[in-house]
Design a protein around this ligand. Structure first.
Ligand SMILES: [Zn+2]
Length: 421
């Protein structure tokens, strides 16, 4: 394990600053999840860092305390919204829903925090809204501005908030998608957002939902970029400390289960939907603030790990070649937590940006999916398990030619040969 200065461990809860925080799920130390590099740069992605989940005894927030320096962490990002299939359609529905739900008159000012290439704001502009983006990535901010979406190249903090209000006026809708899970200084960000909202303004955020993570066994969504695992009760208390409160919250299917929250300034005009209290009751009934829930979660994951590794070791002993399907951030966590990187000969992925790279930490080479038919591995373990049905459908030929698919999560499954399509 490295003691490199690029990371530090927090001592207090990211939402309420309490130091009464307990480790509830020790992960195996993991390499940085998105650092798929060409082989000649693989050394840069070799280090592993601790990655444990903590539960705050005071407010119930679940979080990582091991923080990688964000400048280093996000330096490798090649990701843009428009290059991500499905995201554009998601944002189209998102903008339409927000405009209708909040009855936004044309000309209202919409601000997106972490606006990337402006894909979401372009949808709001299409509804006649004035738009402005904020993104710390210089290239993205410049490209978006050139393409007609004015974008400030900055982090969302107090000076940026002042600048927005001075240049554009108070904000009617401030959106933030996933940035609310990826930022260590969440308090500063929330205070800045509260300060730029109009008195009848609404803060809309989307984050993956802890309840879905636990119930869907989506433990591989835990990686260093993803610092917060939000639930409704701690989030509402946090927003109240920063002068806002939830008025509604909806469950949405993105990223294995997310919530879309709507907050206003305390004293704002909108009534609180009964859904807020209802979801908090569901969270309490599911034991989301109780350490024993994570103990049970951990033992389910351990069971799957033991089955998977046992199977792969046996297959190896017979001389089988084993490929993995998927080369994403979740795959990095899964391979490290199951300690199975050395049992996998190569990975394939549909994303062309990943071809010719090696995986973080274990340095497993990543190829085009056609490689399944040239290298002919006996076994393909579907590491991108949430997409297993689609992958098996797209590669029915692999099974028809005698290959075996293995799906490790949410229950260990092995395909029968010539499974019905
Ligand atoms: Zn807390």
């Amino acid at each position: 394990m490295t003691t490199s200065p690029i990371y530090h461990r927090r001592r207090s809860c990211r939402l309420c600053e309490s130091t009464q925080i307990d480790c509830v799920f020790e992960f195996e130390p993991s390499a940085l999840a998105e650092w798929y590099y060409p082989p000649e740069r693989a050394d840069e992605a070799a280090d592993v860092f601790p990655m444990d989940l903590f539960l705050c005894r005071s407010c119930g927030h679940v979080q990582l305390l091991d923080v990688i320096d964000p400048v280093r962490l996000f330096s490798c990002y090649q990701y843009t919204s428009a290059s991500s299939p499905g995201l554009e359609a998601h944002f189209e529905r998102y903008a339409k829903q927000v405009v209708e739900k909040l009855s936004l008159p044309a000309g209202s000012l919409v601000l997106d925090v972490g606006s990337n290439d402006g894909t979401l704001l372009r949808q709001f502009a299409g509804h006649g809204m004035r738009v402005v983006g904020i993104d710390p990535a210089t290239d993205l901010a410049r490209t978006a501005t050139t393409a007609g979406i004015p974008t400030l190249n900055a982090f969302m903090d107090a000076p940026t908030a002042r600048r927005v209000v001075e240049e554009y006026g108070p904000v009617k809708v401030c959106t933030a998608n996933n940035v609310f899970a990826h930022n260590d200084a969440l308090g500063n960000m929330a205070a800045a957002i509260g300060s730029l909202l109009a008195d009848n303004g609404v803060f809309v955020f989307e984050v993956s939902y802890l309840l879905d993570t636990v119930q869907g066994l989506v433990f591989d969504f835990v990686y260093h970029e993803h610092l917060c695992y939000h639930s409704v009760k701690p989030m509402d208390a946090f927003l109240r400390r920063h002068g806002m409160h939830l008025v509604d919250v909806e469950r949405v299917p993105s990223k294995g289960g997310s919530i879309r929250g709507f907050a206003q300034k305390i004293g704002g005009p909108r009534p609180v939907s009964p859904r807020v209290a209802e979801l908090i009751a569901v969270e309490e009934a599911a034991g989301l603030y109780d350490p024993s829930t994570y103990k049970a979660f951990r033992s389910r994951v351990d069971g799957l790990r033991d089955q998977t590794v046992h199977f792969l070791n046996q297959a190896r002993a017979t001389g089988a070649t084993i490929a993995g399907y998927g080369a994403s951030a979740t795959v990095t966590t899964l391979m490290h937590h199951f300690k199975m990187g050395k049992l996998i000969d190569f990975l394939v992925d549909d994303n062309p940006l990943r071809h010719g790279t090696v995986s973080p930490g274990y340095r497993v080479p990543v190829y085009h999916p056609d490689t399944l038919y040239s290298k002919r591995p006996e076994i393909v373990i579907i590491l991108a398990w949430r997409f297993a049905p689609t992958i098996m459908q797209n590669h029915a030929r692999f099974q028809q030619e005698g290959g075996t698919f293995v799906v490790p999560v949410p229950s260990f499954q092995k395909s029968q040969r010539r499974l019905a399509a």
